[in-house]
Each structure stands twice: as structure tokens, then as C-alpha cells.
Design a protein around this ligand. Sequence first.
Ligand code: G3H
Ligand code: 13P
Ligand code: ZN
Length: 285
Amino acid sequence: MALVSLSEMLADAKKHGYAVGAFNTNNMEIVQAIVAAAEEMEAPVILQASQGAIKYAGLEYIVAMVKAAASQVSVPVAMHLDHGTSFEQVVGCIRSGFSSVMYDGSKHPFDINVANTQEVVRVAHAVGVTVEGELGKIGGTEDDIHVDEAAAMMTVPEEAVEFVRDSGVDALAIAIGTAHGPYKGEPCLDFDRLEKIGKMVEIPLVLHGASGVPDDAITRCIKLGISKINIDTDLRQSFTAAIRDVLAERPGEIDPRKYIGAGRERLKEVVKTKISLFGTAGKVR
Ligand code: G3H
Ligand code: 13P
Ligand code: ZN
């Protein structure tokens, strides 16, 4: 199938109370693993590339790999830019064939974030590409943020309403206590805040930093309005662990297909588990 945008995928997810997994990719094996898992589970799927991933793999390569993988399966596949931080980056991705983009203006003051996001929406919508915006700041687990600081970074529900109305985004990433990277303890999520935002904002909501969040918390987030869930760290950990296992067992192994292939297999299993947890299995319509 050709790449699809997020609109229909997330509208269906919101309507039927499940979430679509958005999995980060950097190379061919990760692309193959994610798409194969989605095909086996008959689930729509989002592959996303960060600016770092694009720098690593090359813009043309990453798009070509995802398009090749999508063309071989019958499930809907979206290709999404993760945390784009400049207008130029976003336009470059749209031009290269991404079906969806995130513009992350969360480091800017509210008004600038709205104005920049609005500009991206205008260009993206003109060519049928969806846009995810971010309001509130989703930090990294390495940031060592104090509880008061964490609360100050979270999305304010009333501002979310204003942001969505004025920017015209299709999906909104919110900060409710998750962070990017491996958690040191259990993450503390503000479910009341999510519930409030979920009731006040009509568009699909996005949970970032979802690796390491306990299953019951993920399920609760989906019930309260999360329709897209971003996973990267869990994939990195599984891919690397499988490669480590092969090399520990056979230190003389020099065929990259043997150890990277093992990484691909392990990562695919993780994606299947997530698809099952998110309720996306069999949701191809
Ligand atoms: O949101 C962060 C993602 O995990 C991407 O990370 O910028 O290292 O590719 P990255
Ligand atoms: P994790 O690496 O914590 O899963 O976060 C992924 C993410 O939010 C990508 O935007
Ligand atoms: Zn993120």
C-alpha cells in the first residue's frame, strides 16, 4: 500500500478506543521488523524518524526504505517526522514523501509555538500531510527533573484548547509526566490532567516517552484519550540486547546478517506486544 497520513488512522483509533503505535526507526532492519509485525497483527502502524535518524540514515534512504516496506504489505503505514524543530526540516520531509510530520515548537513561548505550528499546518495541509504539534515540554529521563519543575512543564488543558484551535493541528502531543529514554523508577503520570485534556480537546492526543510505562498505565491513557503512542527506547533496548546475546554466545561471529538479523527478530516481537497492548491488532479497516 502507498503511505497514508494520520487522519483516518487516528480518527478510527479515537472512535473505537485504541491507539496506533508510532515506532522510531533508523535503519532497514528496524523498518522491516516494524512493518512485518504490523502485517502479522493486521494493524495500522506509524513509522517515525527523528532528525537524528534522518541525519544517520539519510532522508532519501529512510523514505525509500519505508515506502518499499509499505508497498509489500496490506496494512496502512504512515511515515511521520518525529520532533521536527524547524520549518525547513518539515518542508524537506514533506517534499521527500513523508505522509505526516510533527512540528515540535515546545521550547518556544506559547504564541511563537502557535505561529510556527500554524505555518507548518498551512504548508502540510496543502499537500494532504497531517501535522502533530506539541504543547508542554516532554523532557528526557536523564534530565533529573524535580517534581515542581515536572508540573511546570506539563500541558495546561485550557492552553491546549487554544493551541489546537489556533494552530489547526491534527494531533497533539501532551506532557503529563512521561519522558524520553529509560526511566530510573516508575514514571508518575498525571491522569487527572490527561482526563481533563481528553474531555476538552477534540483531536487525537499523543503520548511520547511511552517506553517503560507500565501496561496498566498505558491502558488507562488510551481510555482517557490517547490515540497515538510513541515508542523508541524499548525498541533500542531489545535490538541491542539480541545483538549482545549473539556476540556473547559466538564472539567469533563476523556476519552482520547473523547478529543484526537477531536484533530484527527480537524487535519485531516487541512491536507485536505493543500492538497487542494498544488494542490495534485486527484494526485494519
Ligand atoms: O523523541 C526522541 C526519540 O527517541 C528519538 O531519539 O533523537 O536520538 O533519534 P533520537
Ligand atoms: P521513548 O524512547 O521513551 O519510547 O520515547 C519515544 C518518543 O517519544 C519519540 O518521540
Ligand atoms: Zn517524543
